[in-house]
Write a protein that binds this ligand. Structure first.
Ligand SMILES: Nc1ncnc2c1ncn2[C@@H]1O[C@H](COP(=O)(O)OP(=O)(O)OP(=O)(O)O)[C@@H](O)[C@H]1O
Length: 525
């Protein structure tokens, strides 16, 4: 393994209005190794990555160099690309309606030309096939991206980042030009991934990690952002930690266990979660579903008691999210009935569900969970303004105080309550969604992948607040593919398999390994 710096970051700072997101960050990224870039929500990871990508200009004074060569500052996206910096952002930037090969061509500016020439098309397909093969991706370049599994899409996104144009001149687009990747391009470029596995189920994430492993075995260099500590332990050689915009650790991962990595990130030890006494879970049945069916669900019977926390998990396509959507009124069942608090429950929309007392934290927070251009405070109290009005008059002070209280309890890090949600880090946006859903005094709270992109401390805090809600009698249903979400939180975990409940775990059976096994075999460990 080489030990030179592939990328040197020197004195990089970034100030947004009213907020210093990065403060004199200096860091060497070792060549031929995977560096995990860690930090709590809002610590500055994405800001640093956007500076490396040439998307944000840093404050004057900092420098960047790749293999000893200074980069022009402020960096442009084109100069970052020329220097060999390659990025995989969370939204992969792939077009579902196009084939893998067309997506490769699109990013390289070949699209318009290549689509009309059968000769070029064949050649491009062969090149794309070679690139996929080099990275161990067993897919036909002619397949539509929309038909790929989530992990394959991510892997295709990585492969595409490594293509480079080679050719024998004749100008861009000549028949001898081609896009391809070879071992040299894997070694030469630096791959920077911003939470590539955040929305992938654990077993799908494994495939992406294996690909990064393979990249390293070819001598490749990667910077990897993740809140999933087990992944970091598996993949990283080095860890660099940002806290409040400052670099506070830059060292080899060594033999650190998960707790040690977490304390490096949060700056102290994470306390063990409190166990809920059993008597808290003995409420009356609040929601009862019978024969609930939909495109992915097959006659589900389910009862959730007041004060109970029930987990729902399963492998890809098991029907987990559909179950949440049916109960949340976002989708209508093909068959089956539901009863909520003793009354028939047939929500025709999410608004109906909320009126009936069922609140939901949806999976896609940017689309369904927050209004990005409204302030943090307004998002927190959205839909609940009647609480802060007397007659026609809105009591702004009461609304503000309620928003401030929620923001404090859910550890939302924002410049101010007036800051638009768009300016928050991903994890902090998620905390706003959870806080709002939980604050409306629901009878039942549904959460779909609640810890996506949320740091370890906030995750534990959300867990603690969910337990408090359950202690107050709220029925809670948590759908997740991150089995760690259930440990120390759920009273029961239901494992779905092809639309049916295949296993149920409770009490001490609820461990990451126990759930993983039940997901694979359909039976509790
Ligand atoms: N466009 C922006 N305008 C104003 N403030 C911003 C903007 N982008 C980021 N910030 C602020 O900069 C800080 C760092 O945010 P950043 O997105 O880099 O965090 P992060 O470490 O990537 O967090 P997460 O783990 O939640 O994704 C945050 O306090 C955020 O509110």
């Amino acid at each position: 393994m080489e030990h030179t710096a592939a990328l040197s970051i020197r004195s990089i700072s970034k100030t947004f209005t009213g907020q210093r997101a990065l403060d004199e960050v200096s860091l060497d990224i070792q060549a031929g190794a995977v560096t995990a870039l860690l930090g709590m929500n809002g610590s500055g990871k994405s800001t640093l990555i956007k500076i490396l990508a040439g998307v944000y200009a840093p404050d004057p004074g900092g420098t960047l160099s790749v293999r000893g060569q200074d980069l022009p500052m402020p960096l442009t996206p084109a100069a970052a690309h020329t220097a060999g910096l390659r990025f995989l952002h969370q939204d992969l930037g792939l077009v579902d309606a196009l084939t893998i090969a067309d997506n490769f061509a699109l990013s390289d500016g070949f699209f318009a030309r290549s689509s009309f020439s059968p000769v070029r098309l064949r050649k491009e397909h062969a090149n794309v096939a070679a690139t996929l093969e080099l990275l161990g991706i067993n897919e036909n370049p002619g397949r539509l991206v929309g038909d790929l599994s989530p992990s394959t899409r991510t892997m295709v996104g990585i492969a595409r980042a490594f293509q480079h144009r080679s050719g024998s001149g004749g100008g861009a687009g000549s028949l001898n030009d081609s896009t391809t990747a070879d071992v040299d391009s894997l070694r030469r470029n630096i791959l920077i991934l911003d939470e590539p596995t955040a929305s992938l189920p654990a077993h799908e994430a494994d495939r992406v990690l294996a690909l990064i492993d393979m990249l390293r075995s070819h001598g490749g260099t990667a910077v990897y952002v993740s809140h999933r500590i087990e992944e970091v332990r598996r993949i990283a050689d080095n860890v660099a930690v940002l806290r409040d915009g400052r670099l506070v650790a830059d060292e080899p991962l060594g033999e650190r266990d998960a707790a040690a990595v977490v304390s490096l990130v949060i700056g102290r030890e994470l306390e063990a979660p409190a166990i809920r006494p059993a008597e808290e879970r003995e409420g009356a049945v609040l929601l009862e579903a019978r024969g609930l069916s939909g495109p992915r669900l097959d006659r589900i019977d389910l009862a959730v008691r007041a004060g109970e926390i029930v987990g729902i998990t399963g492998l890809l396509g098991c029907g987990r999210s559909e179950l949440v959507r049916l109960i949340a009124g976002a989708q209508q069942p093909a068959a089956g009935t539901m009863v909520l608090a003793g009354k028939p429950y047939t929500p025709g929309s999410a608004a109906d569900a909320i009126t009936a007392g069922v609140a939901c934290v949806p999976q896609n927070r940017r689309r369904d969970g927050v209004v990005l251009d409204l302030g943090v405070g307004e998002n927190l109290t959205l839909g609940r303004l009647s609480r802060y009005t007397r007659g026609p008059v809105l009591n702004r002070a009461a609304e503000k105080a309620a928003a401030a209280d929620l923001s404090r309890r859910y550890l939302v890090k924002a410049a101010s309550l007036a800051a638009p949600v768009r300016s928050l880090s991903g994890g902090n946006q998620q905390k706003v969604v959870v806080a709002r859903a939980a604050s409306g005094s629901p009878l039942m709270l549904l959460l779909d992948e609640p810890s996506q992109g949320v740091d370890a401390l906030a995750r534990q805090e959300i867990s603690r607040l969910l337990k408090e809600l359950a202690d107050d009698g709220v029925a809670i249903l948590v759908a997740s593919t991150d089995y760690d979400d259930f440990v120390g939180l759920a009273d029961r975990v239901l494992v779905l398999d092809r639309g049916r409940i295949a296993a149920e775990l409770s009490g001490p059976e609820i461990t990451e390994d126990g759930i993983a096994l039940a997901c694979q075999t359909g039976a509790p460990a």
